[in-house]
Structures are given as C-alpha cells and as structure tokens.
Design a protein around this ligand. Structure first.
Ligand code: AMP
Ligand code: MG
Length: 360
C-alpha cells in the first residue's frame, strides 16, 4: 500500500505535526551539511612540488582526476620546452646549437624568452637568463658542487659566454645566439610561468577561485573557501619553518620569493654561496639580504623580479621598482644578527595587507 492512503487515514492534527517535524528535520540537516570543501591537488614538477587549491569545489573525484591529468600534461609541456634537465628539451637543443644557428621554439617558450629579455633590459641585466655557465661553475648546475671556489680563469671564461644581449629572438619565433656556448637558463622565471599556465588552464575550465603554487611561487585568483582573500605565509629566511608574516592576495595577484636560505653551501673559507649569481661580479650574490618577496599581477613577473631584486638589494632595487614597475611591490628581509629587518616598497603593506605572524 502506498503513502497516500495511510496519510489520508491519519488525523489532520497528527498529519500537521508530522509535516512540521519532517520540515524541521530537513532544515536542521541542510544547516548541518558541510559547505562544499576546498579540493587540493598536489604533485611534482620542475624539480619541486606543486599544490593547487580549488575553493569550495563542486567537482567530483573523477572530474578532479581528469583536471589534474590535464594540469600535469600542461606542466610536462613547459618542461619539454624549457627544462635544462631534459636533454631533448627545446632549451637543451638550443644550448647545444652553434652560434648564429637559429632554433625554432614553441610559442610559450617564445613568450617566456621575450619577457625574460624585457626584464633583463629593465633591470640593467640584474636578471639575466644567460647566466647558465656561471651558475654551473659555482656549483648550482649539472656539474654539481666544486671542491673550492673557482679560479679567475674559469670565471672569466664563463663570463665571456654570458650576456642577455647575445640572445636573439626573431619575430618569426626563432632563437639564436651570436656567441658560441651561451647557456640559456630560465630557472628564475619558468616556475612563475608554470603557475600562470596552470591558472590559464583553470580559468578556461570555468574555475574562478583558486590558489596555484609551484615551489613557493604562488598566484591567488578570486577568494578562498570562506569567501576571503587568499592568505599566503611569508617564511622567515632561515632553517626554521616559522612565518615572518602572512600576505593576503587580492585581485588575482601573485607572490614569489628569492633568497639564499634554501639552495646554498659553504665554501672552503666558510663563505655562504647561494644559487643566484650577480652578472656584474660573475659570483653568487653575497649580502645582508636573505630574501625578497615580490607581489605582481602575474607570477612570471613576480618570479623574475624577485631574482633581479635579490641581486640588486633594496638600495638599488626599490628606486628601480618605483620607476619601471609601479604596480609591483617588494619586501626585503635583511639579516640583523638576531633576526630580520623588513624593508618594503611604499605600497607593500597596503597592497598585501601584510600582517606580522602571530607569536606561537
Ligand atoms: P629563483 O629561485 O627564482 O631566484 O631562481 C634562481 C635560479 O635562477 C638559479 O638556480 C639559476 O638557475 C638562475 N639564476 C641565477 N642567477 C640569476 C640571475 N641573475 N638572473 C637570472 N637567472 C638567474
Ligand atoms: Mg625567480
């Protein structure tokens, strides 16, 4: 027998009570049911890890799996073009090519080279995508760590094959060099580009609220699961995993950090040698600045400028930002002996709504 005949048989006041109990139960259940949760995708790329948070994602497991497969494919494609760790990548083929022998490269690779050359020019060569030979000589490339600091002669030889003005991108997408053995190295910009590339893919799939991070370079779009701006920790540039502060990313902005506190060694004299080379001295940058965090409208720009500003330091870097990159903000953390002093561009605090980390 169905429900209706039973209902019809009941007393009207009883039916009313049942109706309200059911209604209240339904309302209570819908109030208790959790809101859609953030989805987290993690993986490996470019010799580091990535994480992607989709705010209040309605996607089921199958959809997420397919989305992550597409993201992995897009990142593998960036590596196939720009990774010097893959011997058959486009960049490795270019690095093996003879001088004045143009190599056709993919449109994304062209875009990254074009931006790299623009940023090299705008930073007076502090950012230089041709530092590969020097980076390798100082122990941060495929040849590994040297036993002692390199002598003057090999430094001069590596310097002779360095210089962004020797790198040429033709309007029809061919890359050439006018000196032999120049080594293109996009390690200071490719992660940022990878982040932008993933964000482009997510936007194309209709996602409006997400955070993408590759090796610490991060872009926040829209809002987090609580409807607030995305919050990103700025690490203290030391061995602790403590936070110096918390940055809020609003308006689809990116933050990238460069420093000498992660990838470094001490040479035979005890001097700290880190992976960012000052093209003007042909040696690793060594000054009191421990890290630079940069906020920009896209992650490629934030990544490249963080490296450039680490080379320049605040005295040269901040006037350059004000003049050439008025929409970009930076925070330098400078060693004081017992902690870090913050030196920020004038708009940094407002643009980032930077909050000191709560004491633990
Ligand atoms: P990042 O961590 O983004 O600052 O990038 C550092 C990496 O960029 C290094 O490991 C080198 O491969 C490369 N690099 C080092 N010095 C420079 C420089 N002055 N300009 C551009 N790339 C650099
Ligand atoms: Mg960088």
């Amino acid at each position: 027998m169905g429900v209706f005949p039973r209902l019809r048989r009941g007393k009207p006041w009883k039916l009313k009570i049942e109706y309200w109990i059911l209604n209240i139960l339904f309302l209570a259940l819908s109030a208790c049911s959790p809101p859609p949760r953030d989805a987290l995708l993690t993986g490996q790329t470019m010799g580091t890890s990535y994480s992607i948070r989709l705010a209040a994602s309605p996607l089921g497991r199958g959809d997420l799996r397919r989305l992550q497969a597409d993201i992995d494919a897009a990142l593998a494609e960036v590596n196939r073009q720009m990774s010097t760790y893959l011997s058959d990548s486009e960049i490795s083929r270019f690095n093996r090519a003879e001088a004045d022998e143009p190599v056709a490269i993919s449109p994304d690779f062209q875009h990254v080279v074009r931006r790299a050359l623009e940023i090299a020019a705008a930073t007076g060569g502090a950012f230089d995508p041709t530092v590969g030979a020097l980076v390798n000589l100082w122990g941060f490339g495929p040849d590994g760590r040297p036993c002692a600091a390199p002598a003057a002669e090999p430094i001069a030889a590596a310097r002779a094959i360095t210089g962004w003005r020797h790198l040429l991108l033709t309007p029809d997408g061919q890359l050439a060099k006018d000196i032999p053995d120049l080594r293109l190295d996009l390690g200071a910009i490719a992660k940022g580009f990878g982040v932008d590339r993933v964000a482009e893919l997510l936007r194309a799939r209709g996602r409006e609220h997400f955070l993408v991070e590759i090796g610490g370079e991060t872009l926040g779009v829209g809002r987090n699961g609580q409807g607030e701006s995305w919050r990103v920790g700025v690490l203290k540039p030391d061995e602790s995993a403590d936070l110096q502060g918390i940055a809020r990313l609003t308006g689809g902005r990116a933050i990238a950090t460069s420093g000498d506190y992660r990838n470094f060694y001490r040479d035979e004299t005890g001097e700290l040698r880190a992976h960012i080379v000052d093209p003007r001295t042909a040696a690793p940058v060594g000054h009191a600045v421990a890290s630079v965090s940069v906020l920009a409208g896209d992650c490629l720009t934030a990544d490249a400028l963080a490296t450039a500003l680490f080379v320049l330091g605040p005295d040269e870097g901040l006037p350059l930002l004000a003049e050439r990159f008025p929409d970009v903000e930076a925070l330098f953390l400078v060693r004081t002996g017992d902690g870090f002093r913050e030196i920020a561009s004038p708009g940094f605090a407002a643009a980032l709504r930077y909050e000191p980390a709560p004491a633990l």
